[in-house]
Design a binder for this molecule. Structure first.
Ligand SMILES: [Zn+2]
Length: 94
């Protein structure tokens, strides 16, 4: 299988999809799900994996949820704190 390369927002050079992470973020931008990059080839496919039911997906989209592809470094900065309960998103909402 050929190595899939992807261009990530804010990154100068393409990276291996296998080295990235798909992250599902809620309306506040807070990460609520994460999986390795090679689990899905597109945002839509990743969203389907995170949220299998179409109705739930549509509701999430309406509420501003997004699927983002992050490099390892971006994941550590943007998503890591969410899973540890230490991110800014939650503090703003509280
Ligand atoms: Zn967060």
């Amino acid at each position: 299988m050929p190595e899939l390369m992807v261009q990530i927002e804010g990154q100068p050079t393409p990276v291996r999809l296998a080295d990235c992470f798909w992250v599902l973020t809620d309306g506040r931008g807070c990460a609520s799900g994460s999986m390795v990059g090679h689990s899905a080839a597109t945002e839509e496919a990743a969203h389907q994996d995170f949220t299998p039911r179409t109705r739930d997906r549509d509701r999430q989209t309406r509420q501003g949820w997004r699927v983002r592809l992050l490099s390892k470094e971006q994941w550590r900065q943007d998503a890591g704190p969410c899973f540890l309960g230490e991110c800014q998103h939650r503090k703003v909402a509280a």
